[in-house]
Design a protein around this ligand. Structure first.
Ligand SMILES: [Zn+2]
Length: 350
């Protein structure tokens, strides 16, 4: 089955994946993001509704003085007092109702109904490659490889880990389990979904896209029939001895691993930058860097180029346009990757 044209095809795919920016299947990013948002909204809606119930049930507000804590009903939080002073009980109820209505919209936009499965917020998502940048190439791949890919990836498992009062969204991709875990905050006042939904949804989408790029690296590796991962920087720029797993908190560090860590640290490569220098993170972090810089550029209308160069660590430092940690790590310890990253960022944004 492997005639020359297929081999050429595969080499082209491998080349394309190495060059340019690395994109995950857009439909999968869409559906997983909508499900995470819907599930988060489902939890927030419950919480908001319980709060509204408290306010609805408390009929007599006549003796309540918000500047005298002992007269305030127990369910009223400190945050609410500030708002109640400004907008009054009716105003607060109105705001809660509006928030609840918005959460309901997010819930109904979810492709899959939010529900608990085996004590977890988790679902399997089918592999949907429609609209993917590499789809036409995938279609032409060796049928044996395609079969393997379908066998190894019948679906991608997604799981949401909900935490109270933990303000940052993060995620991990577990390659062996083919599982994506997203950590989100459900502290009602702190939850971005209620307070600043646009920004929060965008952040979730980026996080999910990042992790699905790791899925794509592995999926394409199988399609191309390579042992090496796809979507890595070109060989001459790689830093294969630095891996993010070295910096993992573990009870026991094998002597061999410790030796590597010691050697890296003696070169100034400390554990906080292992992730930045990991070859599998080059394209994923690069896209993240482009998004972050693109968000900031509008503040530098008169000097976009100067601001961009400052943020990539190439030019004069501009006030407010701070160099990204990822870019500084590359510049110092992987100059080949850094140059490639700067080139791609300039190409994408200038
Ligand atoms: Zn990553």
């Amino acid at each position: 089955m492997r005639d020359d044209s297929i081999v050429r095809e595969i080499l082209t795919v491998a080349h394309e994946i190495v060059g340019g920016l690395f994109e995950p299947p857009p439909k999968m990013v869409d559906s997983i993001t909508a499900w995470v948002v819907g599930t988060l909204a489902y939890r927030m809606e419950t919480r908001l509704r319980l709060r509204l119930d408290d306010y609805e049930e408390h009929k007599d507000w006549s003796g309540v003085n918000f500047s005298r804590p002992r007269t305030v009903p127990g369910f009223v939080s400190v945050g609410d007092i500030d708002e109640l002073e400004k907008v009054g009980v009716e105003g607060l109820k109105k705001r809660l109702r509006a928030d609840i209505a918005r959460m309901k919209k997010y819930i109904s936009a979810s492709p899959i109904k939010p529900r608990f499965v085996d004590k977890k917020w988790q679902r399997a998502f089918k592999i949907d490659l429609s609209g993917w940048k590499y789809l036409s190439r995938v279609k032409k791949a060796d049928p044996e490889n395609l079969k393997r890919a379908k066998h190894i990836y019948p679906s991608v498992k997604a799981e949401i880990d909900m935490r109270d009062n933990d303000s940052t969204t993060s995620a991990e991709w577990y390659i062996v389990q083919r599982r994506l875990v997203v950590h989100v905050d459900i502290y009602v006042e702190g939850s971005g979904l209620v307070e600043h939904p646009g920004e929060t949804i965008r952040g979730l989408r980026r996080t999910i896209a990042h992790e699905l790029r790791h899925f794509s690296q592995d999926y394409l590796r199988i399609i191309v029939g390579s042992h090496d991962k796809a979507g890595l920087p070109s060989r001459k720029h790689r830093t294969p001895d630095v891996e993010q797993s070295l910096g993992k908190n573990r009870k026991y560090v094998p002597p061999k691993v410790q030796k590597t860590i010691d050697r890296l640290e003696s070169q100034g490569i400390t554990s906080d930058i292992f992730h930045d220098l990991d070859d599998v993170e080059f394209y994923t972090e690069l896209v993240g860097a482009i998004e972050e810089i693109s968000d900031n550029l509008p503040y530098f209308k008169d000097n976009r180029k100067g601001a961009l160069l400052s943020m990539v660590g190439a030019g004069e430092k501009l006030r407010g346009a701070y160099p990204l940690k990822f870019m500084l790590s590359l510049k110092q310890h992987a100059p080949g990757k850094w140059k490639k990253a700067v080139k791609e960022i300039v190409r994408a944004l200038l």
